[in-house]
Design a protein around this ligand. Structure first.
Ligand SMILES: [Fe+2]
Length: 366
């Protein structure tokens, strides 16, 4: 648990090369246990009771990854400015004793999604993003962490756990602060698609459309060039699923391909994606990813929110789960071949989905 392991102990600036250290600033762990347990989830409303935190604590995770929508703006029927409604939301969230108790026990790493950033599906155009950044960091980050994450290019961050041979990176990009506007699907096309769970956006090949912005791309590529056996990529919106029409990396195919190209170019092994946003849970797989091994993605959403009609996903493995849930990614370094187990649990802790993946299967074969 966090109290024993001192997960975030220092900021390394001198052990890496000057270029990488200047742009990456990882938060380091001194831990190297045989079994490493990562819990993850997203979308929690401060207005609802939150029994899920006790269920997650019972799984004894080493760390919890909050993958976005950690609060929802509180308008209370008024036409409040978004910042005021966010301030109200954080004030309310501070009164949630279930969450307070959880955070006293389990180290939490958080990123935002649209609702706790500035509103539905918004990106770089949000005019109060700097103030929103302060509200987020005051709530989720300690002062040292906040100082590093308070940048002009977003609140992205890198956490590293374990010793050589058992190194896990948790790469946390910011998919809001510099993100371009989505391209809208024409009204007539949406009408023709009917009510099939498709969202309002379509892929664009606009070469100016960016998910991360230049500075964050340089940071991400520097992260990928650091040594690690497992790289957990925490994406607040989904990466692998295609054709949903909602927020997704697939709406910016050139940006998606840029990341795939980087994985291949830098020979990045052990890449595994966790995501949130959808208000349902699912596991996705892209076999022919182009990086030399399959891409797996476990989506968990939401901790208090749900969506009864999961959208289309040709890459889905098994069924989606449309009620409240959380996830676990467990790494067993002890077995002859290190193995990852991705699991989805119901709010009460009952296991719903389980997918084992050999770490050796996440290595380039060509
Ligand atoms: Fe959400």
């Amino acid at each position: 648990m966090f109290s024993r392991r001192q997960l975030v102990t220092s900021i390394l600036g001198t052990l890496a090369t000057r270029t990488v250290a200047a742009s990456v600033d990882p938060f380091l762990s001194s831990a190297g246990d045989d079994i490493f347990r990562i819990a993850f989830g997203s979308c929690v409303s401060q207005r609802r009771s939150q029994p899920v935190w006790a269920s997650i604590t019972a799984k004894k995770p080493d760390v919890f990854l909050m993958m976005g929508d950690g609060v929802y703006p509180e308008h209370e029927g008024e036409d409040l400015p978004v910042l005021e409604s966010l301030e109200r939301a954080y004030k309310h969230a501070r009164t949630r004793s279930e969450l307070r108790k959880f955070r006293d026990i389990v180290k939490t790493i958080a990123i935002w999604d649209d609702n706790d950033y500035g509103g539905s599906d918004i990106g770089a155009s949000f005019e109060h993003r700097c103030r929103s950044r302060e509200l987020f960091l005051e709530f989720w980050a300690d002062p040292k962490e906040a100082k590093i994450r308070r940048r002009d290019s977003g609140i992205y961050g890198l956490w590293e756990f374990g010793e050589a041979g058992r190194r896990t990176q948790v790469i946390v990009p910011d998919l809001r602060f510099c993100r371009s506007e989505w391209a809208q699907t024409e009204h007539s096309v949406r009408a023709a698609l009917g009510d099939n769970g498709f969202g309002p956006y379509k892929p664009t090949l606009d070469s100016g459309a960016t998910m991360l912005g230049d500075a964050q791309w340089r940071w991400l590529e520097a992260c990928l060039r650091r040594p690690a056996e497992l790289r957990v990529f925490l994406s607040s919106i989904q990466f692998v699923p295609e054709g949903r029409g909602w927020e997704s990396w697939s709406n910016f195919p050139l940006e998606k391909q840029r990341l795939l190209n980087s994985l291949r170019e830098y020979d990045v092994d052990g890449f595994f994606i966790l995501s949130g946003d959808t208000h349902y849970a699912e596991i996705s797989l892209r076999e022919n990813s182009g990086v030399g091994y399959p891409l797996w993605e476990a989506t968990s959403s939401g901790l208090t929110e749900s969506w009864p009609t999961p959208g289309p996903n040709p890459n889905r493995v098994g069924d989606a789960y449309p009620r409240t849930n959380f996830g676990m990614l467990t790494v067993n370094w002890l077995s002859d071949e290190p193995i990852l187990v991705a699991e989805i649990f119901a709010e009460d802790g009952a296991r719903l989905r389980q997918q084992a993946v050999l770490l050796s299967s996440l290595r380039s074969t060509n």
